[in-house]
Design a protein around this ligand. Structure first.
Ligand code: SF4
Length: 416
């Protein structure tokens, strides 16, 4: 039986706990400044230490992303950072910059190196080069087909990791300057700038601060008719999101991917919610276990991926020879709303953190790592005054009483 790893995103410590509770073998986290997800909460050094200990106690692994592209000014900060985390015992540092790889091999040979997908590794010669440098794993470029991955697998014993789920770039994985251009106050000066666009500083996608410009809706304006916004439409629905890529979803093809000899399957989404992390992890855990046991996975498990927030799905370039960007006409889709999660058990109820507004009239479903069920005979109470409440507001901690037996990591949702 192959040993394969399910690798989940953890934008903060709570998400890490949920990733492990819902079946991840490993999680990847960011530490401020170097992680390509500046918008995620990211971990402090102390949290990184706690997270590593937490992971190891649970028999899991923790990887840290440092996959920005480094300018001279970043190097000193990185050296200080690596000095601070070198004794923590992380299971891998995910990097893209070849200079950083060479620095780490020389000064910190004990830290396992993973080459980030941002390095765009597309062929076996590049993988072998990294092998010679002493790296442990290569996260292959998302622009590869499955046949190309198989061909690389035949030529190396290095650990190979690929993305199986989540957002995709319309550019070659992050090598894109759209965000830098549209957020640079000295270059981008639109006439009649809509108030919603805040341009205060340049947001560099290659430093983890992408403004996701490819998701914006664009119009065409003729200079003598500045108030006439002419839609640039693709196909039906008058969609103007001409650059927004579909999301990757390889859940139905995990057997082919496992058979191809890939060692680790990564879910994208360090900026996504606890619910997203938990439920995608749960689905891929189930599928991987079923493949390894030669069982088929029930359709309803695959359908769980429709109940998390996502764009239209596609299978990336795994089965495409033409590697054309596949843009979507639609914004986010989801058939369920994340309502909150249990943070503590009381003698006669549970403390729940609300993620969205919750009403007494909602039909609430609870998800656990191993099952789903609907909430029976439930009521809400203020945590401080213990007064009964009909409506709970987002971010509120409240007491839930119900006839169900809940536990830590139970997640509440309702149909959208
Ligand atoms: S703007 Fe879009 S394509 Fe460009 S780096 Fe950001 S997410 Fe990727």
């Amino acid at each position: 039986m192959n040993k394969v790893e399910l690798l989940s995103p953890a934008g903060n410590f709570d998400k890490l706990r949920f990733a492990f509770a819902y079946g991840a073998d490993a999680a990847y986290v960011g530490v401020k400044n170097f992680s390509l997800r500046e918008g995620a909460d990211n971990l402090t050094i102390q949290e990184l230490l706690n997270a590593t200990q937490y992971a190891h106690k649970a028999g899991k692994k923790l990887f840290v992303t440092s996959n920005i592209y480094f300018h001279e000014e970043d190097i000193k900060k990185f050296k200080d950072f690596i000095k601070e985390i070198s004794n923590i015992g992380i299971d891998g540092l995910i990097v893209s910059d070849i200079g950083i790889v060479s620095f780490l091999r020389e000064k910190y040979p004990e830290i396992p190196i993973h080459i980030s997908t941002q390095a765009n590794t597309l062929n076996s010669l590049a993988v072998k080069f990294y092998e010679k440098l002493g790296v442990k794993r290569v996260v292959l470029a998302r622009e590869l087909t499955l046949d190309e991955i198989k061909s690389i697998r035949d030529k190396t014993t290095l650990e190979l990791e690929t993305f199986v789920h989540g957002a995709f770039c319309v550019a070659y994985s992050g090598r894109c300057l759209l965000s830098n251009y549209f957020t640079n106050p000295s270059i981008y000066r639109p006439k009649d700038k809509p108030k919603s666009i805040k341009i205060e500083k340049t947001r560099d996608a290659n430093k983890g601060d992408c403004a996701q410009v490819c998701r914006w809706s664009f119009y065409l304006v003729e200079t003598n008719r500045m108030n006439d916004f002419l839609p640039i439409e693709i196909e039906e629905n008058n969609a103007t999101t001409i650059l927004s890529s579909k999301d990757l979803n390889l859940a139905p093809f995990m057997k082919e991917l496992i058979d191809a000899g890939i060692n680790s399957f990564k879910i994208e989404g360090r900026m996504k919610s606890i619910y997203y992390v938990a439920n995608t992890t749960r689905v891929y855990r189930r599928i991987i276990d079923d493949v390894l046991l030669n069982k088929s996975t029930p359709q309803e498990t695959l359908e769980e991926l429709e109940k998390i927030s996502h764009r239209e799905y596609f299978t990336g370039f795994y089965f495409e020879q033409n590697r054309l960007a596949n843009t979507t006409l639609k914004s986010y889709l989801k058939s369920a709303v994340f309502l909150g999660y249990v943070i503590n058990e009381l003698e006669d109820g549970y403390i729940v953190k609300a993620a969205n507004q919750i009403k007494q009239s909602d039909r609430i479903e609870v998800i656990f790592p191993e099952k789903n069920e609907f909430l029976i005979n439930f009521s809400f109470y203020d945590k401080e005054t213990l007064e009964k409440k009909e409506v709970i507001q987002p971010d509120e901690d409240f007491i839930l009483k119900c006839d169900n037996k809940l536990k830590e990591f139970a997640i509440l949702r309702r149909e959208d």
